[in-house]
Design a protein around this ligand. Structure first.
Ligand SMILES: N[C@@H](CCC(=O)N[C@@H](CS)C(=O)NCC(=O)O)C(=O)O
Length: 221
């Protein structure tokens, strides 16, 4: 039996519950979420010394990193639908997963924090001028890639789409206008409207707005 640690309403475990929903396999969820500075249970730290969610246990295998967990689940349980059919597809799934984690995740998360998660919300700030500026290039790359494809690898929805869209789900939540990138917009709407994506369609918590840009910066590095 697979066990997934992480509360899907508050943590990146939502990326993995989406994958598990798509696969339709049974699993146990331990809905952990930690407040800053909170001590973590020793038995959880023994599994994942980073002390972060999600963490997945499947038999003797313990895995951290949400996107790596999804790549594993797709390879092992995804058959030729969600998972790779060839080593080349496998490589492209890894490429796009690393790409979204390194080129998109931080600036988008900071944008979403400023525009949605922080209480009080501020409509436009110096921080979002910078973060939205950083997102122009990767989003133009993604939009161009999707101009002649329904999904990242062609006609079928795979873990590459799931990993990208599971990071980019903050776009509608933060009300970011992406109409400049119509192919990316069409693709993101198609991914996020899948029934399995239920946990990434909303964010049910807010955090107090940090006092200064310096404090915001400290949260994200
Ligand atoms: N890159 C990791 C990030 C994991 C992560 O930062 N998880 C947060 C919840 S979304 C966490 O558990 N934070 C607790 C902490 O930082 O102490 C992944 O994608 O799995």
């Amino acid at each position: 039996m697979i066990t997934l640690y992480g509360d899907a309403s508050r943590t990146r475990a939502n990326r993995c519950t989406w994958m598990l929903n798509e696969l339709g396999i049974e699993y146990e969820n331990k809905p952990l979420a930690f407040r800053p500075g909170q001590e973590k249970p020793a038995d959880f730290l023994a599994l994942n010394p980073n002390g972060k969610c999600p963490t997945l246990v499947d038999g003797d295998l313990v895995l951290f990193e949400s996107l790596a967990i999804n790549l594993y689940l797709a390879r092992k349980y995804g058959g030729s639908g969600l998972g790779p059919r060839t080593p080349e597809e496998d490589a492209l799934m890894a490429q796009w997963s690393f790409w979204v984690a390194t080129e998109v995740e931080k600036p988008l998360l900071l944008t979403a924090a400023v525009r949605h998660l922080f209480d009080p919300r501020l409509p436009g700030t110096e921080e979002t001028d910078i973060t939205l500026g950083k997102l122009q290039r990767p989003w133009s790359v993604l939009d161009a890639h999707l101009q002649d494809r329904t999904f990242m690898l062609g006609d079928r929805f795979t873990v590459a789409d799931l990993n990208l869209a599971a990071v980019m789900h903050f776009i509608p939540i933060a009300d970011v206008d992406i109409s400049r990138w119509p192919s990316m917009q069409r693709w993101l709407e198609a991914c996020l409207s899948r029934p399995g994506a239920v946990d990434v369609r909303s964010v049910a918590f807010r955090v107090p707005r940090p006092q200064s840009s310096r404090d915001i910066f400290a949260m994200f590095v």
